[in-house]
Structures are given as structure tokens and as C-alpha cells.
Ligand binder design. Structure first.
Ligand SMILES: Cc1cc2nc3c(=O)[nH]c(=O)nc-3n(C[C@H](O)[C@H](O)[C@H](O)COP(=O)(O)OP(=O)(O)OC[C@H]3O[C@@H](n4cnc5c(N)ncnc54)[C@H](O)[C@@H]3O)c2cc1C
Length: 431
């Protein structure tokens, strides 16, 4: 048996598996509700992933109303309604401000710590864990102990710990070096749950051909970006913003956001279209090109685009619009100019697939929410077993939504788990 800090012999004993965003929050709320809580984190530090969120600044929530929030959750938004209604974005902000972390709201209602330090969010959660009396063990849980439809403990190596409730907060399977490599899915499957197959979301996109590689490292701001389903011609995503070319394809904020909208990915399904001059319509752009050509009338075409495009783009774009690079600009025809305008307004990048899940910001798929009580996050299959955070089959767009989902589901699970014995849910209920 492992040693646990006992609040009292009557206290409900809760094991929280995973010390990330959801795990720490679940532990705090279970302990505040009177439970005797042990948190198991396999790393020697808590919140390894949290520390790298928001490029180290931690976009911890989004300062928006519930309906707007749910519109930013493409997978299973209705399941989250109860949890978000009882622990809202405003509650998250109040929680951290009361914990001594001043916050600020930026563009797109994104909330960050005033200090711009994700470490401050982790430190606040750790401090609240300690203050609430959570016992932290840096151990990896190998197995959940289940008998007759009821969870009764966890096993770490050869050591077993008996508890009344277990909250699985092991995260998804993206960025596995942070410790989140899919243990929770294994636990869920062993407990008789269905796990919806996982795939990457908020992930860079791999392109066909060598065009992107030719421009690798080039970052574009204020571009129009859309993705079309090539078979139907339907636009599945459209936005303005920032992106970058890489040796494999495309990355950057608009690209990651777009990836969350791409379903049933296969190598011929989607193409990205980049509008390099979103502020100019085709006619105005043509006039702008003609004025550049007049300015550089004796130059070769290849050397007349300096005012129009970043240096790294010129040679690839010239090749793409199939105009002789050595042709003098005064003899570029109207049809050739039109081809150039089309390339500038809709630079086509056929998409081959997603980059690996290792590089994804979030994991799509996970524990089937139909088997989870949306108010308490308790398993409908195993009594006393709860799931919170990214391990569940929920995911959202960028903007602080994913961390808020972790916090809200964790508060629901922690509060319910602390009351597991009193509420009489531990009666054993298979199926
Ligand atoms: C680079 C990057 C940037 C991001 N930026 C943002 C952002 O700014 N805003 C936002 O809302 N979201 C962001 N996200 C997504 C967000 O980080 C996750 O959705 C969130 O961390 C999920 O919380 P979680 O607690 O469910 O899982 P995690 O935070 O992944 O925590 C899971 C924890 O469980 C531990 N664990 C796993 N298995 C075991 C085991 N068997 N025993 C013991 N411990 C175990 C892991 O070590 C880990 O510490 C970002 C993600 C990445 C990768």
C-alpha cells in the first residue's frame, strides 16, 4: 500500500490520475469538497504541457458567453453544456485571480496571465492543490483496479492503492514528450468503454509537391486562407491571418485552425488557397501590377516583382504562373498578367494529409461521451470512475477553449467524485 495523507477516516478517498490542467483542477475541487485526494503524475513536474501552452504564455480561457463558446467546439459541444454552465469561463478567470494571478484579455477574447508566463498558471494550480491538502505522488499509474462494475483503486508497478473514486485526467496523445501519450485510452478500454479513434487536430498540414519546400521558413501575415473540398468545390474553412511555409507544407495560426475543420482526410480531398493580396480585388491588383511593370519596364519579368512579393516567393511564383522569367515586362501579355493575378489571389496548395499526432495541439477522438454522465463526468459503465479533460472525445478550436474544457470537466468530476459515497452512486452498475 502507498502512503496517503488521510483527512479523516470518513473522508472519501479519491485518486486523480494525471497532473495536467484537468488533473490539478479536479484534485483541488475534490479536496475542497472534503475528499482525501491523491494526485498521481508520472513526470517529476506537474503541468508539463500547460507550461508550453500559448507559446509559453498560456491562453487559459476565452472571455465569451456560453453559446459563443460552444460554437468553437466542433466535437460534441452539447455534452459540455452542463459542465460549462456550472463552471464557466468567468469562473475560471475568478479562480485564477483569487489564486493571485492577474489576467488580461487580448484579441479574440483570449485570456492570458498578465505576466505572459504559463508557469504562473501551473504554480497557482500547484499552490491551490497544496492548500487544499492534495497529496501529490510522482508515479505513473499502470492500471485501474475494477471489480464487479466498481473501481476500487489504482496500481503503480507492484503497489496498489485502494480508493473510493478515480478521476482519469491523462490527456490526449499529442506532444507525447509532455507525458500525455494515451494511457487514459488504455484504461478506458480495459474498463469496457469505447474509445473513438484518435487523430490529430490543430495540426500542421502536409502538402503535395515541392512548392512549399521552395519557400520554407517564409512567414506571411494578413493573408486570406481557405480550404476547399476538391470534389464538391465547397469551402470548408475561410479566414484571414498568419501562416508559414515549411519543408513539408503549411503551418501557423490559420493553418492549425483550419485543420480542426478537416474530416475524413485523404490525399486528394482538400486543397488550400492562399490570397496573398486580400485587400485588393482582381481589377485593382492588375492595375497595381501594371504600374509596377511601368516602373520596371526594361527589367526581366523575374526581376520586376520585388514590390509585390517577398524575395523567397518570386522564383516559385514565376514558375507557377508559367511566364518566361527572362521576358521583358513590357511584353508580358494580358493573359499572362491574368495568370499572375490568379496565382496571387488563389495560390493553390494541394493537401496530402495531417502532420503526425505528435505535433498536434489537441487530440480528436477519445472516450466516448455517450458513456459518460455530462453533469458529473462519471462513467455509465463503472461506478466511481470519472474522466476529465482531453482524454474525452471533445476538442475545440484555438482561443483558450481546450483548457477551459479541461477545467470545467475537471470541476464537475472533482466535485462529484468527492461525494461519490454519500450520493450512493457506488452501487456497481455494469453495462
Ligand atoms: C504546444 C501546445 C500549445 C497549446 N496551447 C493551448 C492554449 O494556449 N490554450 C488552450 O486552451 N489549449 C492549448 N493547448 C491544448 C491544451 O494544452 C490541452 O488541451 C490541455 O492541456 C489538456 O489538459 P489535460 O489535463 O486533459 O491533459 P494534459 O495537460 O496533457 O495532462 C495530462 C497529464 O497526465 C499525465 N499522465 C498521463 N498518463 C499518466 C499515467 N499513467 N500516470 C500518471 N500521470 C499520467 C501526463 O504526464 C500529463 O501531465 C495546447 C497544446 C499544445 C501541445
Amino acid at each position: 500500500m502507498m502512503s496517503m495523507t488521510k483527512k479523516g477516516t470518513d473522508s472519501v478517498r479519491v485518486a486523480v490520475v494525471g497532473g495536467g490542467a484537468a488533473g490539478m483542477m479536479a484534485a483541488i475541487f475534490a479536496a475542497r469538497a472534503g475528499a482525501d485526494v491523491t494526485l498521481f503524475e508520472r513526470n517529476d513536474r506537474m503541468g508539463k504541457k500547460l507550461r508550453i501552452t500559448g507559446k509559453g504564455r498560456c491562453n487559459l480561457t476565452n472571455n465569451c458567453e456560453l453559446n459563443e463558446f460552444l460554437a468553437n467546439v466542433p466535437t460534441n459541444p452539447r455534452f459540455l453544456y452542463a459542465a460549462l454552465a456550472s463552471f464557466s469561463t468567468a469562473d475560471t478567470m475568478a479562480f485564477f485571480e483569487e489564486a493571485g494571478v492577474p489576467l488580461k484579455t487580448e484579441r479574440g477574447k483570449r485570456v492570458f496571465p498578465m505576466s505572459d508566463k504559463a508557469g504562473d498558471i501551473v504554480a497557482a494550480l500547484e499552490k491551490q492543490c497544496i492548500r487544499a491538502g492534495v497529496h501529490i505522488l510522482h508515479r505513473r499509474v499502470d492500471e485501474l483496479l475494477i471489480r464487479d462494475g466498481t473501481v476500487y483503486g489504482v496500481r503503480c508497478g507492484t503497489v496498489e492503492e485502494t480508493v473510493d473514486a478515480v478521476i482519469v485526467c491523462t490527456g490526449g496523445r499529442s506532444y507525447p514528450t509532455t507525458g500525455s501519450d494515451g494511457d487514459g485510452y488504455r484504461f478506458a478500454t480495459a474498463a469496457g468503454h469505447t474509445v473513438i479513434p484518435t487523430q490529430p487536430s490543430l495540426v500542421p498540414l502536409v502538402a503535395h509537391g515541392s512548392l512549399c519546400a521552395a519557400m520554407q521558413g517564409l512567414s506571411l501575415k494578413n493573408i486570406g486562407f481557405c480550404i476547399k473540398d476538391e470534389a464538391s468545390g465547397k469551402t470548408v474553412y475561410e479566414d484571414f491571418g498568419e501562416m508559414m511555409f515549411t519543408h513539408f507544407g503549411l503551418t501557423g495560426p490559420v493553418v492549425l485552425s483550419a485543420s480542426a475543420h478537416l474530416h475524413e482526410m485523404h490525399p486528394e480531398k482538400y486543397a488550400a488557397y492562399i490570397d496573398l493580396k486580400p485587400a485588393l480585388d482582381e481589377k485593382t491588383l492588375d492595375a497595381r501590377i501594371r504600374s509596377d511593370f511601368a516602373k520596371y519596364q526594361n527589367r526581366d519579368f523575374l526581376n520586376a516583382l520585388d514590390d509585390l512579393l517577398p524575395q523567397k516567393m518570386i522564383a516559385p511564383m514565376v514558375r507557377l504562373c508559367e511566364i518566361d522569367p527572362r521576358k521583358k515586362v513590357h511584353s508580358v501579355t494580358r493573359e499572362e498578367r491574368e495568370r499572375l493575378v490568379r496565382c496571387l489571389k488563389a495560390l493553390k496548395i494541394p493537401i496530402r494529409g495531417f502532420r503526425s499526432i505528435d505535433e498536434a495541439i489537441v487530440t480528436r477522438g477519445g472516450v466516448n461521451i455517450k458513456e459518460i454522465n455530462p453533469k458529473t463526468m462519471e462513467s455509465k459503465r463503472i461506478s466511481g470512475l470519472y474522466f476529465a479533460g482531453e482524454v474525452l472525445d471533445v476538442d475545440a478550436y484555438t482561443g483558450g477553449f481546450n483548457l477551459q474544457i479541461a477545467f470545467s470537466t475537471a470541476v464537475a468530476a472533482g466535485t462529484a467524485a468527492a461525494n461519490v459515497a454519500q450520493s450512493g452512486t457506488k452501487t456497481g452498475k455494469n453495462g
